[in-house]
Write a new protein. Structure first.
Length: 379
């Protein structure tokens, strides 16, 4: 049986907790649009979210790819599909019907819709088209939708990785990377990134999202490819300082260009190709730097990780709904941005945590609906 990688558990928990902070900041950041916006916004908060946006979703898809090959290494394809259905598709459908609609409702009344109550609004998710024109949406659960599709698309790739030819090919690539580093994966991502010239906006809705869809799928496949090969992990751990140095200085260069209005005007030309490649490669080096440091320092478990590793998925499903509901009320107050942000972060965390502890964790049906293992599955 595959040895459990606690460093990946830590990274998953940390990434989703950072995602919570990211979403709590969204009502207050300048330039970017979101479901609800505070009257006053901040460019400094924008900078924090900009940094997190470089790598937080890529690392989650990468870790998910690793988890996928771990499962397929132990289970049949049919068992894997059923497991992915329980883990991803059922929580997605439940979330779209029971968790996400509240976000859409508060967004609609924030923008002036005249629904008399939530019960007046709810039938519209079935009678209107999909969001943003209509009211049926998966909002932040797009990650689960993409992950389910990626899991199915990845099956033939992973079966090849597990075959004799695939193992030989993987070992050759790993040995090469041990000599020259893992820049080759970044180059592939950079080439795929040129799709952003055709599809510049990530819709997270499959439709017209070929650039984002391809990028995240590559991270997922790279996770599966790298996942169980010890040569890759030896390289990631050994090269962690160099990868972090490259990530750090690439981010300085990106921000120098941004803050001094030296970003190229969007067009298909050499300056934009170079700048887009810089963005993509910077993200890749942040991801592999964090993976290397986690492998070195976080491959251990404790009671907190055991609790958090099970709680973090339901927490993810719940958190943005509570953020939107609370944000609707606090953006109407006269308090400063910092006070609003701290209040929103604390209360939405407590509500998400409380709902998990009191309503989800103890009951078989809610564990099933939120994609958790039942107590019987753990035996």
């Amino acid at each position: 049986m595959q040895e459990r990688r606690y460093d990946l558990d830590w990274l998953r928990v940390i990434a989703i907790l950072l995602l919570h902070l990211f979403h709590c900041a969204m009502p207050f950041i300048a330039e970017w649009d979101w479901h609800l916006k505070n009257k006053e916004t901040s460019y400094l908060v924008l900078e924090c979210n900009y940094f997190l946006s470089r790598w937080r979703m890529p690392i989650l898809f990468f870790i998910s790819g690793i988890g996928t090959i771990f499962v397929l290494n132990q289970k049949s394809v049919l068992h894997f599909i059923w497991q992915r259905t329980k883990r991803l598709l059922i929580p997605l459908l439940f979330g779209m019907l029971m968790i996400v609609p509240a976000q859409v409702y508060f967004e609609r009344i924030y923008k002036g819709a005249n629904y008399t109550s939530y019960l007046d609004f709810y039938p519209s998710i079935f009678t209107t088209t999909v969001y943003p024109e209509g009211n049926l949406s998966w909002h932040h659960l797009w990650f689960i939708a993409y992950l389910f599709v990626y899991s199915l698309l990845a099956i033939p790739f992973i079966l090849f990785f597990k075959s004799a030819k695939g193992i030989t090919f993987t070992n050759k690539v790993a040995t090469l990377c041990d000599k020259i580093g893992m820049i080759g994966f970044g180059v592939i991502l950079a080439i795929a990134g040129f799709l952003y010239f055709l599809y510049p906006n990530e819709t997270h809705a499959f439709v017209d999202d070929w650039a984002g869809f391809t990028k995240y799928f590559l991270y997922f496949i790279f996770g599966a490819f790298i996942g169980i090969n010890p040569i890759f992990w030896k390289n990631l751990e050994h090269s962690r300082k160099l990868n972090l140095k490259i990530a750090f200085f690439s981010m300085l260069l990106i921000n120098y260009l941004r803050w001094n209005d030296k970003e190229p005007i969007w067009a298909i030309d050499t300056p934009n190709v170079l700048f887009l490649s810089l963005l993509v490669l910077s993200a890749w080096f942040w991801v592999i730097a964090f993976l290397g440091y986690a492998k070195k320092y976080l491959n251990f478990t404790n009671k907190f990780l055991q609790f958090a590793n099970e709680a973090i998925y339901p927490f993810y499903i719940l958190h943005q709904t509570f953020i939107v509901i609370i944000a609707y009320y606090i953006i109407q107050t006269q308090d400063d941005i910092l006070s609003k942000y701290l209040f929103l972060t604390f209360v939405s965390f407590i509500l998400s945590f409380g709902f998990y502890v009191f309503l989800i964790k103890p009951y078989k049906i809610t564990r099933f609906l939120f994609g958790m293992k039942t107590h019987q599955d753990k035996k």
